[in-house]
Design a protein around this ligand. Structure first.
Ligand SMILES: N[C@@H](CCC[C@H](N)C(=O)O)C(=O)O
Length: 292
Protein backbone atom coordinates (compact mmCIF):
# COMPACT_ATOMS: atom_id res chain seq x y z
CA UNK A 1 0.00 0.00 0.00
CA UNK A 2 1.20 3.49 -0.79
CA UNK A 3 1.83 5.81 2.13
CA UNK A 4 2.77 9.36 1.27
CA UNK A 5 4.06 9.92 4.79
CA UNK A 6 7.72 9.67 3.94
CA UNK A 7 10.13 12.62 4.02
CA UNK A 8 8.95 16.02 2.78
CA UNK A 9 10.49 17.24 -0.48
CA UNK A 10 10.38 20.28 -2.71
CA UNK A 11 11.44 20.61 -6.33
CA UNK A 12 13.12 23.76 -7.58
CA UNK A 13 15.51 25.10 -10.17
CA UNK A 14 17.75 28.00 -11.12
CA UNK A 15 17.95 28.45 -14.92
CA UNK A 16 16.85 24.80 -15.26
CA UNK A 17 19.66 23.45 -13.08
CA UNK A 18 17.16 21.46 -10.99
CA UNK A 19 17.19 20.13 -7.46
CA UNK A 20 15.24 18.05 -4.99
CA UNK A 21 15.20 19.93 -1.68
CA UNK A 22 14.98 17.70 1.42
CA UNK A 23 14.18 19.56 4.65
CA UNK A 24 15.89 17.76 7.55
CA UNK A 25 15.49 20.04 10.60
CA UNK A 26 16.48 17.33 13.07
CA UNK A 27 19.26 15.74 11.02
CA UNK A 28 17.42 12.43 10.81
CA UNK A 29 17.53 11.65 7.09
CA UNK A 30 19.92 8.94 5.98
CA UNK A 31 20.89 10.28 2.57
CA UNK A 32 22.66 7.33 1.00
CA UNK A 33 24.19 7.31 -2.48
CA UNK A 34 21.41 4.99 -3.65
CA UNK A 35 18.68 7.31 -2.34
CA UNK A 36 20.24 10.35 -4.06
CA UNK A 37 20.45 8.42 -7.34
CA UNK A 38 16.87 7.19 -6.99
CA UNK A 39 15.52 10.69 -6.28
CA UNK A 40 17.45 12.20 -9.22
CA UNK A 41 16.48 9.50 -11.74
CA UNK A 42 14.40 11.22 -14.44
CA UNK A 43 12.31 8.13 -15.21
CA UNK A 44 11.81 6.27 -11.94
CA UNK A 45 12.37 9.11 -9.45
CA UNK A 46 11.56 12.82 -9.14
CA UNK A 47 14.34 13.78 -11.55
CA UNK A 48 17.03 16.34 -10.75
CA UNK A 49 20.65 17.33 -11.25
CA UNK A 50 21.24 17.19 -7.51
CA UNK A 51 19.84 17.03 -3.99
CA UNK A 52 19.94 19.84 -1.39
CA UNK A 53 19.48 18.56 2.18
CA UNK A 54 18.50 21.41 4.51
CA UNK A 55 20.05 20.76 7.91
CA UNK A 56 20.96 23.00 10.89
CA UNK A 57 24.70 23.73 10.79
CA UNK A 58 25.02 22.86 14.47
CA UNK A 59 24.19 19.21 13.71
CA UNK A 60 27.29 18.80 11.53
CA UNK A 61 29.69 18.86 14.47
CA UNK A 62 33.34 18.90 13.40
CA UNK A 63 32.38 18.73 9.70
CA UNK A 64 31.02 22.30 9.88
CA UNK A 65 33.50 24.67 8.15
CA UNK A 66 35.09 27.09 10.64
CA UNK A 67 33.43 30.22 9.18
CA UNK A 68 29.88 28.78 9.29
CA UNK A 69 27.99 29.64 12.50
CA UNK A 70 26.18 26.73 14.17
CA UNK A 71 22.86 28.60 13.90
CA UNK A 72 23.10 28.93 10.09
CA UNK A 73 21.28 26.48 7.81
CA UNK A 74 23.66 24.15 5.98
CA UNK A 75 23.28 23.06 2.34
CA UNK A 76 24.30 19.40 2.19
CA UNK A 77 24.70 19.17 -1.60
CA UNK A 78 24.87 15.90 -3.59
CA UNK A 79 25.30 15.40 -7.33
CA UNK A 80 22.86 13.11 -9.19
CA UNK A 81 25.38 10.23 -9.01
CA UNK A 82 25.40 10.53 -5.21
CA UNK A 83 28.78 12.23 -4.95
CA UNK A 84 29.30 15.09 -2.53
CA UNK A 85 30.35 18.54 -3.85
CA UNK A 86 31.65 21.53 -1.98
CA UNK A 87 29.45 24.20 -3.53
CA UNK A 88 26.58 24.81 -5.94
CA UNK A 89 25.84 28.37 -7.09
CA UNK A 90 22.36 27.67 -8.46
CA UNK A 91 21.57 25.28 -5.62
CA UNK A 92 22.43 27.81 -2.91
CA UNK A 93 20.04 30.33 -4.50
CA UNK A 94 17.21 27.75 -4.62
CA UNK A 95 18.12 26.76 -1.04
CA UNK A 96 17.77 30.40 0.14
CA UNK A 97 14.45 30.69 -1.72
CA UNK A 98 13.22 27.67 0.29
CA UNK A 99 14.42 29.15 3.61
CA UNK A 100 12.62 32.42 2.85
CA UNK A 101 9.37 30.90 1.54
CA UNK A 102 9.08 28.50 4.46
CA UNK A 103 9.73 31.23 7.03
CA UNK A 104 12.89 29.59 8.38
CA UNK A 105 14.68 32.92 7.86
CA UNK A 106 13.33 36.44 7.54
CA UNK A 107 13.99 38.68 4.56
CA UNK A 108 17.34 40.36 4.15
CA UNK A 109 20.66 38.67 3.70
CA UNK A 110 20.41 34.90 4.18
CA UNK A 111 23.56 33.18 5.47
CA UNK A 112 23.94 29.64 4.09
CA UNK A 113 26.60 27.18 5.20
CA UNK A 114 28.25 25.08 2.49
CA UNK A 115 31.28 22.77 2.44
CA UNK A 116 33.14 25.65 0.75
CA UNK A 117 32.26 27.97 3.64
CA UNK A 118 29.62 30.59 4.40
CA UNK A 119 27.76 32.20 1.49
CA UNK A 120 25.43 35.24 1.70
CA UNK A 121 22.29 35.24 -0.42
CA UNK A 122 19.84 38.09 -1.11
CA UNK A 123 16.45 37.76 -2.82
CA UNK A 124 15.51 40.83 -4.85
CA UNK A 125 11.97 42.12 -5.41
CA UNK A 126 12.32 41.29 -9.11
CA UNK A 127 12.38 37.54 -8.31
CA UNK A 128 16.10 37.25 -8.91
CA UNK A 129 18.40 35.88 -6.23
CA UNK A 130 22.02 36.99 -5.76
CA UNK A 131 24.75 35.03 -4.01
CA UNK A 132 28.14 36.34 -2.99
CA UNK A 133 30.32 33.50 -4.24
CA UNK A 134 33.59 34.70 -2.71
CA UNK A 135 36.81 35.26 -4.61
CA UNK A 136 37.61 32.96 -7.54
CA UNK A 137 41.07 31.39 -7.47
CA UNK A 138 42.77 31.02 -10.84
CA UNK A 139 44.95 27.93 -10.65
CA UNK A 140 46.59 28.24 -14.07
CA UNK A 141 46.41 26.77 -17.55
CA UNK A 142 45.70 23.17 -18.46
CA UNK A 143 44.07 21.48 -21.43
CA UNK A 144 40.93 19.50 -22.17
CA UNK A 145 40.21 17.00 -24.89
CA UNK A 146 37.03 17.25 -26.92
CA UNK A 147 36.14 15.60 -30.25
CA UNK A 148 39.72 14.39 -30.61
CA UNK A 149 41.22 17.87 -30.16
CA UNK A 150 43.30 19.20 -27.25
CA UNK A 151 42.17 22.69 -26.29
CA UNK A 152 43.71 25.18 -23.88
CA UNK A 153 41.69 25.73 -20.71
CA UNK A 154 41.87 27.76 -17.49
CA UNK A 155 41.57 26.01 -14.12
CA UNK A 156 39.43 28.07 -11.71
CA UNK A 157 38.39 27.22 -8.15
CA UNK A 158 35.07 28.45 -6.74
CA UNK A 159 35.15 26.16 -3.74
CA UNK A 160 34.61 23.43 -6.32
CA UNK A 161 36.89 22.82 -9.32
CA UNK A 162 36.36 24.10 -12.86
CA UNK A 163 38.20 23.88 -16.16
CA UNK A 164 37.10 26.53 -18.66
CA UNK A 165 37.79 26.60 -22.38
CA UNK A 166 37.15 29.91 -24.18
CA UNK A 167 36.36 29.01 -27.76
CA UNK A 168 33.97 29.47 -30.70
CA UNK A 169 31.15 27.27 -32.00
CA UNK A 170 30.12 26.22 -28.48
CA UNK A 171 26.58 25.27 -29.57
CA UNK A 172 27.94 22.65 -31.98
CA UNK A 173 30.44 20.88 -29.69
CA UNK A 174 29.60 17.36 -28.49
CA UNK A 175 29.11 17.17 -24.71
CA UNK A 176 27.38 13.79 -24.71
CA UNK A 177 30.60 12.32 -23.32
CA UNK A 178 32.86 13.85 -20.69
CA UNK A 179 35.73 15.86 -22.20
CA UNK A 180 39.17 14.59 -21.21
CA UNK A 181 41.23 16.40 -18.55
CA UNK A 182 44.44 15.92 -16.57
CA UNK A 183 43.51 13.61 -13.66
CA UNK A 184 46.69 14.55 -11.80
CA UNK A 185 45.50 18.16 -11.64
CA UNK A 186 41.94 17.14 -10.73
CA UNK A 187 42.12 13.87 -8.76
CA UNK A 188 38.54 14.36 -7.49
CA UNK A 189 37.15 15.25 -10.94
CA UNK A 190 36.26 18.63 -12.41
CA UNK A 191 33.37 20.59 -13.91
CA UNK A 192 34.06 21.57 -17.51
CA UNK A 193 32.77 24.75 -19.15
CA UNK A 194 32.89 25.78 -22.81
CA UNK A 195 32.44 29.53 -23.17
CA UNK A 196 32.07 31.72 -26.23
CA UNK A 197 32.28 35.52 -26.03
CA UNK A 198 29.37 37.09 -27.97
CA UNK A 199 30.23 40.76 -27.44
CA UNK A 200 31.76 42.90 -24.66
CA UNK A 201 28.94 42.14 -22.23
CA UNK A 202 27.70 38.66 -23.06
CA UNK A 203 28.95 35.09 -23.35
CA UNK A 204 27.36 31.75 -24.21
CA UNK A 205 28.23 28.77 -21.99
CA UNK A 206 27.68 25.02 -21.92
CA UNK A 207 28.79 22.81 -19.07
CA UNK A 208 29.61 19.18 -18.36
CA UNK A 209 29.20 18.83 -14.61
CA UNK A 210 31.17 16.45 -12.42
CA UNK A 211 28.83 13.80 -11.05
CA UNK A 212 26.01 14.59 -13.50
CA UNK A 213 26.88 15.14 -17.19
CA UNK A 214 25.74 18.02 -19.38
CA UNK A 215 23.29 20.22 -17.47
CA UNK A 216 21.31 23.26 -18.57
CA UNK A 217 23.17 25.57 -16.19
CA UNK A 218 25.83 25.62 -13.46
CA UNK A 219 26.15 28.67 -11.19
CA UNK A 220 29.73 28.14 -10.09
CA UNK A 221 30.49 27.31 -13.73
CA UNK A 222 29.10 30.66 -14.94
CA UNK A 223 31.40 32.47 -12.51
CA UNK A 224 34.42 30.42 -13.63
CA UNK A 225 33.42 31.08 -17.26
CA UNK A 226 33.20 34.83 -16.63
CA UNK A 227 36.64 34.86 -14.99
CA UNK A 228 38.09 33.06 -18.03
CA UNK A 229 36.22 35.23 -20.57
CA UNK A 230 37.39 38.41 -18.83
CA UNK A 231 40.99 37.21 -18.88
CA UNK A 232 40.68 36.31 -22.55
CA UNK A 233 39.62 39.96 -23.10
CA UNK A 234 42.61 41.22 -21.09
CA UNK A 235 40.67 42.10 -17.93
CA UNK A 236 40.47 40.68 -14.41
CA UNK A 237 37.27 42.39 -13.26
CA UNK A 238 33.95 43.13 -14.91
CA UNK A 239 30.38 42.00 -15.57
CA UNK A 240 29.03 39.44 -18.03
CA UNK A 241 25.58 38.17 -18.90
CA UNK A 242 26.04 34.42 -19.22
CA UNK A 243 23.55 32.68 -21.55
CA UNK A 244 23.19 28.98 -20.74
CA UNK A 245 20.74 26.50 -22.29
CA UNK A 246 18.36 27.04 -19.32
CA UNK A 247 18.36 30.85 -19.26
CA UNK A 248 20.57 33.81 -18.40
CA UNK A 249 22.45 34.85 -15.26
CA UNK A 250 24.57 37.89 -14.47
CA UNK A 251 28.04 37.52 -13.00
CA UNK A 252 30.21 40.25 -11.54
CA UNK A 253 33.90 39.83 -10.72
CA UNK A 254 35.52 42.46 -8.48
CA UNK A 255 38.98 42.49 -6.88
CA UNK A 256 37.42 41.23 -3.62
CA UNK A 257 34.71 38.79 -4.63
CA UNK A 258 32.32 37.46 -7.28
CA UNK A 259 28.51 37.59 -7.39
CA UNK A 260 25.97 35.52 -9.28
CA UNK A 261 22.41 36.80 -9.93
CA UNK A 262 19.53 35.00 -11.61
CA UNK A 263 16.15 33.35 -11.14
CA UNK A 264 15.56 30.68 -8.49
CA UNK A 265 12.15 29.02 -8.25
CA UNK A 266 10.36 26.38 -6.22
CA UNK A 267 7.77 24.54 -8.31
CA UNK A 268 6.36 21.73 -6.14
CA UNK A 269 6.15 20.43 -2.60
CA UNK A 270 5.08 17.00 -1.42
CA UNK A 271 5.93 13.84 0.50
CA UNK A 272 7.82 10.80 -0.68
CA UNK A 273 6.18 7.42 -0.48
CA UNK A 274 7.49 5.91 2.75
CA UNK A 275 7.76 2.41 1.30
CA UNK A 276 9.65 3.59 -1.79
CA UNK A 277 12.09 5.61 0.35
CA UNK A 278 12.56 2.74 2.78
CA UNK A 279 13.17 0.20 0.05
CA UNK A 280 15.77 2.03 -2.04
CA UNK A 281 18.67 -0.39 -2.06
CA UNK A 282 22.38 0.16 -2.44
CA UNK A 283 23.63 -1.38 -5.71
CA UNK A 284 25.08 -4.86 -5.25
CA UNK A 285 28.85 -4.91 -4.90
CA UNK A 286 30.68 -6.40 -7.88
CA UNK A 287 33.07 -8.94 -6.43
CA UNK A 288 34.41 -10.59 -9.58
CA UNK A 289 36.65 -8.79 -12.05
CA UNK A 290 34.21 -9.47 -14.89
CA UNK A 291 32.58 -6.03 -14.95
CA UNK A 292 34.66 -2.87 -15.23
N1 LIG B 1 25.31 22.99 -10.55
C1 LIG B 1 26.09 23.51 -9.49
C2 LIG B 1 27.40 22.80 -9.22
C3 LIG B 1 27.13 21.43 -8.60
C4 LIG B 1 28.37 20.71 -8.13
C5 LIG B 1 29.26 20.25 -9.26
N2 LIG B 1 28.63 19.30 -10.11
C6 LIG B 1 30.53 19.63 -8.63
O1 LIG B 1 30.64 18.40 -8.53
O2 LIG B 1 31.42 20.41 -8.23
C7 LIG B 1 26.22 25.01 -9.55
O3 LIG B 1 25.20 25.64 -9.87
O4 LIG B 1 27.25 25.57 -9.19
Amino acid sequence: MQSYAGPEFLKGHGTENDFVVLPDPRGELELTTARVRALCDRRSGLGADGVLRVVPGGLLGEELPADVPADAWFMDYRNADGSVAEMCGNGVRVFARYLLQSGLVSTGTVPVGTRAGLRSVVAGEDGRVTVDMGAATVLGHSSLGIAGYAMSALAVDLGNPHLVCVTTGVAELDLSVRPGYDPELFPAGVNIELVEPLDERQVRMRVYERGIGETRSCGTGTVAATVAALRAAGAENGVRLVHVPGGTVEVEVTPETTTLTGPAELVARGRLDAGWWGNVEEPALVTSGAIQ
